[in-house]
Design a protein around this ligand. Structure first.
Ligand SMILES: [Zn+2]
Ligand SMILES: [Zn+2]
Length: 355
């Protein structure tokens, strides 16, 4: 979990960062203060975000109440897993998703509140539990949040499943045997799903391609850190200390972590080359899909979050790139070294294209 520890804010007073005697803001229920005085002094700055979150939560609560009145409480027992098949539930699903989005748009930007991201994740997971077909499209936001919370393996499994199964036309959601997320503990070192790079088939949603690119970029950075720790420390301290540093360098969320930690420097070098190749392929695919996206990442991403989000996203459009940046930019920015890495990997291509 090394990424989020350094970047996302833990629970603390908004004003003085104290972690003592915290009381939660009753409006947004996301930020904390150590005293009334500090809450008061932050009021002007906090008001707008607080109100947006509070009002979207109220809307979601109202939609839920309306649904319970219209269909009855039994809905939650009888329709769970099928919400997205009944139109009556759509306003509720959409409003709850909008609330979860407000949480991370207002309090979960680059270096934002860890708790607001976790809360958004729990709402989105619940929306998927109710309706796995994902009528409101939480899967795109959710995958980035997994990553930002240091849950790289889950992010990878989740996106791999959608790209290879859930988003394939003709996938039968009504088949009771079809279970969501069969991709568990997939090997992050494997080749990217073919559909991601396929030019003829159009490929998956841009956000999934870029999520895979961030996963790979973080993997490369982690493997390089592991390699450096192995080489620099060898023979200089007791092996158990070296193992500890190496473990920290790699991070903890990969299922193949145990295998990677046993690798020799030579094997790690081979994995780094391989992962870099995958990353390069994914970046070229991104560039081909949308010429704006990587350029915007290199320039420092969006300084403002888009609210409301751009409505239509045709393939290759600026809007598509902007939508990709909302979830994607914080993930890049919170993964030190990754933007520099993709810049260096994209360079050889310029030489090639001028030939
Ligand atoms: Zn304080
Ligand atoms: Zn508040």
């Amino acid at each position: 979990m090394k990424w989020d520890q350094s970047v996302l804010l833990p629970r603390a007073c908004e004003v003085c960062q104290s972690k003592e005697k915290l009381k939660r803001c009753t409006g947004c229920q996301v930020v904390y203060y150590c005293s009334r005085a500090h809450q008061r002094s932050d009021r002007a700055k906090h008001r707008e975000s607080c109100c947006s979150v509070e009002s979207t939560r109220a809307t979601a609560d109202l939609e839920e109440a309306a649904l319970r009145i219209e269909i009855g409480d039994r809905l939650w027992e009888e329709w769970t897993g099928e919400f997205d098949r009944y139109e009556e539930t759509f306003p509720y699903l959409i409003s709850r998703h909008a609330f979860a989005q407000m949480l991370f748009m207002h309090f979960g930007g680059v270096g934002g509140h860890r708790e607001s991201l976790s809360l958004a994740v729990s709402h989105m997971e619940d929306i998927l539990r109710l309706g796995p077909g994902d009528y409101s499209g939480v899967r795109f936001d959710l995958s980035f949040l997994y990553l930002r919370l240091g849950r790289d393996q889950e992010a990878y499994d989740f996106v791999k499943w959608w790209i290879t199964t859930g988003d394939i036309p003709g996938y039968n959601w009504e088949d009771p045997r079809s279970s969501m997320l069969e991709a568990k503990n997939a090997v992050v070192l494997e080749d990217p799903p073919r559909r991601t790079l396929c030019r003829a088939c159009g490929g998956p949603d841009l956000r999934f391609v870029l999520l895979l690119a961030i996963v790979k970029a973080r993997l490369v950075v982690n493997l390089i850190a592991l390699q450096n720790a192995t080489r620099v420390l060898r023979g200089r301290m007791p092996q158990e200390h070296i193992d500890m540093v190496r473990g920290h360098a790699l991070g903890s969320s990969y299922a193949c972590r145990g295998v990677l930690l046993k690798c020799t420097p030579r094997q790690i070098s081979a994995f780094i080359r391989k992962a870099k190749g995958h990353l390069q392929d994914l970046c070229y695919a991104l560039e081909e899909r949308n010429t704006y996206y990587l350029e915007m990442i290199f320039q420092g991403g969006p300084l403002v979050l888009f609210e409301p989000l751009p409505p239509e996203k045709t393939r290759g459009s600026l809007e598509e790139a902007q939508i990709g940046l909302v979830g994607g930019y914080p993930a890049w920015a919170e993964s030190p070294g990754t933007i520099r890495l993709i810049r260096s990997l994209m360079r050889p291509r310029e030489g090639r294209s001028s030939e």
